[in-house]
Design a binder for this molecule. Structure first.
Ligand code: SF4
Ligand code: SF4
Length: 350
């Protein structure tokens, strides 16, 4: 132990800090993007609520068209639709927008690490707000011991495996039948009603998750989110990664302290972990000029604005294609919604 530890002070003493020339603005930019995307989701939520109320009240309340973006909150249906599309070559008619959004988020995670989680996901943004609140209250966030952290981290992969197995064993006709069942047609309404009429069990579960998220950084994302698990696995093949230049690094470990995914950034040359969410908090915390950066192959630097632009470009390209090709909307006659939405509580998972 001492044989490994002893050379460090000598190495540290030799290195001179070359201070950063310009302040890092990546975290301010990330917060703006997070807020914009959260606002977009709130807007979609309000529109969808008004849409549902219109049909619940028999058409007496204000009519607002159904926002297709609400399907982004149907990750399992989106995954089923993706399988259907890949297997049949036919774009599904029910909830296609969710599938295109999933494709956009998969592409972002493949090309730009798991940046969807730290730049776009509203749950990720809420998680971050909660652990920051916890840090203000307690002066720190807590960490689970390694023996507990490691097995808990595998829970999200187990959940992902279960979903992939269930969807993988469904045939294309079975997926189509599911989507065209009353439950499938209004899966988005069922999801909204889940939050509108929270059961005691669901409320207690959400409360426990909220408390855990205040105490531990990104509790939901780190241990439980199967969506993040899928994106993380894809991000292993990403050309973008955080890179440390050991000759410029002064071994201050500020990057590792800033990392919400608890990665030992100060001990790595390239960070390729599936837990890296591409937040650039480590880069922002580094005081040494050029020591730490988001890198593309051949050490080409990817500044925060380019990362944000890349995320936006992929997102808008996929959404624009789906709209242009006429695949964006689920076109159901109003009569279907008049019949199904007021009776939504009658339909359970087939
Ligand atoms: S390594 Fe850097 S970019 Fe990756 S999660 Fe940690 S702080 Fe964020
Ligand atoms: S923050 Fe990390 S990369 Fe930057 S100088 Fe300190 S240890 Fe090195």
């Amino acid at each position: 132990m001492s044989a490994v530890a002893s050379p460090e002070p000598a190495v540290r003493a030799k290195k001179k800090l070359l201070r950063r020339r310009r302040p890092d603005r990546s975290q301010a930019l990330r917060r703006i993007v997070q807020c914009l995307f959260a606002a977009l989701n709130v807007w979609i939520g309000v529109e969808f609520y008004l849409f549902v109320r219109h049909y619940e009240t028999g058409g007496t309340s204000l009519y607002v068209p159904r926002p297709p973006g609400v399907e982004g909150w149907l990750p399992i249906a989106s995954l089923m639709n993706l399988k259907y599309w890949l297997e049949t070559g036919e774009v599904p008619a029910i909830h296609p927008a969710g599938m295109f959004l999933l494709v956009a988020f998969l592409a972002i995670s493949w090309l730009l690490r798991k940046s969807f989680c730290s730049w776009l996901c509203p749950i990720g943004a809420l998680s971050e707000a909660l652990w920051r609140a916890g840090r203000s209250i307690f002066g720190r966030n807590f960490r689970l011991p390694r023996w507990l952290d490691f097995p808990l981290r595998s829970v999200k992969y187990v959940l992902l495996g279960l979903f992939l197995y269930a969807i993988g064993t469904m045939s294309a006709p079975a997926i189509r039948a599911f989507m065209e069942s009353p439950y499938g047609l209004i899966a988005d309404v069922k999801m909204l009603n889940f939050f509108r009429y929270l059961s005691v069990t669901a409320a207690v579960t959400l409360g426990v998750l909220a408390v855990a998220s205040v105490l531990l950084q990104n509790f939901w994302c780190r241990y439980l989110c199967p969506y993040g698990a899928l994106l993380g696995l894809l991000s292993r093949f990403s050309p973008a990664y955080v890179r440390r230049e050991p000759h410029l690094c002064i071994d201050c470990a500020k990057c590792a302290q800033a990392c919400p995914s608890w990665l030992p950034v100060d001990q790595l040359v390239s960070v390729r972990s599936e837990e890296c969410i591409g937040c650039m908090a480590c880069v922002a915390a580094c005081p040494a000029e050029g020591a730490l950066y988001l890198s593309l192959p051949r050490r080409r630097r990817l500044p925060a604005w380019a990362l944000a632009a890349g995320i936006a470009a992929i997102f808008f390209a996929v959404v624009s294609y789906a709209r242009w090709a006429g695949y964006w909307r689920t076109d159901l006659p109003s009569q279907v919604y008049f019949e199904l939405i007021p009776r939504a509580h009658e339909f359970s998972h087939p």
